[in-house]
Design a protein around this ligand. Structure first.
Ligand code: HEC
Length: 120
């Protein structure tokens, strides 16, 4: 029994570790949202025709996922920081990449924290 309890507490500890691996402090998420609104929302905001503008990121992801995942990045619950950062630095399909002179590594970390805030 003792051994089993120990195993359970090790497992719980591991889950705690994994769970907090991408945890961000609220200030970082707020900074990330600010940068996201500036650099990313022009293509990735909620409604593909918000304000009469066409949003290529949201439109493209809507047609790619066909309702399985939200088209708007800020509503996603499956994005992990390493993937977000890879896409920011490399670009993807119709998306340009961003240089460190545009978005610094620290700002990129903030954006990744914001977009992964709902990822379990
Ligand atoms: C000029 C428009 C544009 C801008 C600006 C833009 N993106 Fe994108 N992004 C796209 C398009 C288009 C796609 C979809 C590519 C595809 O169809 O796979 C995309 C895809 C992505 C994906 C992949 C999502 C997935 O499900 O695989 C991520 C992550 C992403 N963008 C993050 C960002 C972030 C973060 C920023 C701001 C730093 C940003 N994008 C700025 C157009 C843009």
């Amino acid at each position: 029994m003792k051994r089993m309890l120990a195993a359970v507490s090790v497992a719980a500890g591991l889950c705690g570790l994994v769970g907090s691996a991408f945890a961000a402090e609220p200030g970082q998420i707020a900074r990330g949202q600010e940068k996201y609104d500036y650099w990313c929302a022009t293509c990735h905001a909620g409604d593909p025709r918000e304000g009469g503008r066409y949003l290529p990121g949201t439109a493209s992801l809507n047609s790619k996922y066909k309702g399985e995942r939200p088209g708007a990045l800020a509503d996603r619950t499956d994005l992990l920081p390493p993937y977000i950062k890879l896409v920011i630095r490399r670009g993807v399909e119709g998306m340009p990449f961003f240089r460190k002179t545009e978005i610094s590594d620290a700002e990129m970390d903030d954006i990744a924290a914001y977009l992964s805030r709902n990822t379990k």
